[in-house]
Unconditional design. Structure first.
Length: 191
């Protein structure tokens, strides 16, 4: 997925969904939730699964969602580069994003992270597909990147078919893979 602007991510993901031969279930992790909220309008998309993710309403930006609460502790680890992309500092990466993974797993994630353009936090979302597509959500109760209360609020707002809460960091995909797979499979089996 392109992390240069919300419009770029939505465009690429919409094209990817449309290229599938049959129904598509979109899964978005973190910023990817904002992307699937826009890309979910593709005609063959049947549902949306949010994994510790943003689920913006039309007109929301990630920055406006963050502004609803005190900044999460992980925000202190965000470092901009001279190109306008944001990175999590390697020395605080584990504490900020993946404190429930061992040191080696967290280090691998830190050195392979993909930066996101700062403008992605300012881009305003268009119409949200979760208004018309069934949705599922996973809340991470020990998330230091997106506050767990914000995740729960987004889950409630989109009126999910199912929400699960895991005792997890933001890296729930890595720390609780079986539960994440079960949520996605459950969503897929509903069609």
């Amino acid at each position: 997925m392109k992390l240069t602007s919300l419009a770029d991510g939505i465009d690429r993901t919409s094209k990817l969904a449309a290229a599938q031969d049959g129904p598509a279930l979109l899964v978005g992790y973190s910023y990817g939730g904002a992307v699937i909220s826009g890309a979910g309008h593709a005609s063959n998309v049947v549902g949306l699964v949010y994994i510790a993710a943003f689920a913006p309403e039309e007109g929301d930006s990630l920055g406006s969602i963050f502004a609803r609460r005190e900044p999460p502790s992980g925000a202190a680890s965000i470092r901009p580069d001279k190109e306008g992309f944001l990175w999590l500092a390697q020395d605080t990466f584990r504490q900020s994003l993946s404190h429930d993974l061992d040191e080696t797993e967290a280090l691998v994630m830190a050195v392979t992270q993909k930066p996101i353009a700062a403008r992605c936090f300012e881009d305003k979302a268009g119409p949200a597909a979760w208004h018309t597509k069934p949705s599922w959500y996973q809340v991470s109760s020990r998330d230091n990147i997106i506050p767990p209360e914000t995740e729960q609020w987004m889950s409630d707002r989109i009126k999910t078919r199912k929400t699960i809460t895991l005792d997890a960091s933001h890296a729930s995909l890595a720390s609780h893979p079986n539960e994440i797979v079960a949520l996605i499979e459950g969503a897929a089996k509903s069609f």
